[in-house]
Design a protein around this ligand. Structure first.
Ligand code: FPP
Length: 244
């Protein structure tokens, strides 16, 4: 993704991760059913993918459905899965044209077959994209992801392929579903809540946090630019010291 002409000279995050919250509240404030909030949220997803490309962000990861979201009423889950299918059907050509590769993290096997087949199709068709990577976290939970990585390491030790001393941070990170992605530099959460909700707990260790009271359907390029401006002005020390 190439930065637009005249864009700020401040550092641009390579990887932005977003907790898209507040679809329900957005709908409630307008006297609409929650599903309409999710529909408007899907439009905001499309806007944000385009804005990231224009602003030079190479990796975008969106928390679209958590392992905990399975507890929602079946009708709401059906509506969300329907929107996901529509998104994958309608945006495929754009993603290919823009050179954006689709990637998915989470317990994909729990998703309905019709969603899985579309995900597989879009991932295959966009696999050669070199301009950016859009990762959807679907049926995703960070604790489950870390647990699975620990189990994989234990199995390799039991099989004699790995010695316990070789269990390093790098070895664990390589067994996470995000192994091919850089850690996020910036995490954004909308709708006023200030928590991580089991999102990328390992990968966000050194990320900058940015919050807005706006609900996700109101998120747009201008809001993203505000977040990027603030990110660009922060000093990231990664636990060390910054020398003038
Ligand atoms: C949080 O709002 C949002 C979700 C649980 C789902 C996010 C889904 C979308 C943005 C639309 C579909 C996604 C794609 C990728 C096309 P909430 O329902 O928890 O809002 P509330 O806290 O106000 O109730």
């Amino acid at each position: 993704m190439s930065p637009e002409a005249g864009a700020t000279q401040l550092p641009v995050p390579r990887h932005v991760a977003i907790v898209m919250d507040g679809n329900g509240r957005w709908a409630q404030e307008r006297g609409l059913p929650r599903s309409e909030g999710h529909r408007a949220g899907a439009v905001a997803v499309q806007r944000t993918v385009e804005a990231c490309r224009e602003l030079g962000i190479r990796y975008l990861t969106l928390y679209a459905f958590s392992t905990e979201n399975w507890q929602r009423p079946p009708a709401e889950i059906r509506a969300l899965m329907g929107l996901l299918r529509e998104f994958l059907d309608n945006r495929l050509d754009d993603l290919v044209r823009q050179g954006v590769r689709l990637n998915v993290i989470g317990q994909i096997e729990r998703l309905p077959r019709l969603v899985r087949s579309r995900l597989e199709r879009v991932m295959a068709r966009t696999a050669n994209g070199t301009q950016g990577t859009l990762t959807l976290a679907l049926s995703y939970g960070a604790r489950a992801e870390i647990t699975a990585a620990a189990r994989a390491l234990a199995e390799e030790v039991r099989a004699g392929k790995l010695a316990p001393k070789d269990i390093t941070e790098q070895a664990l990170a390589a067994r996470l579903q995000t192994a091919s992605l850089p850690d996020p530099d910036l995490v954004i959460r909308t709708a006023g809540e200030k928590r991580l909700s089991n999102f990328l707990l390992w990968q966000l260790s050194y990320a900058e946090f940015w919050f807005t009271d706006l609900c996700w359907p109101d998120f747009d390029r201008e809001v993203l630019r505000q977040a990027l401006d603030e990110f660009g002005r922060r000093q990231r020390r990664f636990g060390g010291l910054v020398h003038a």
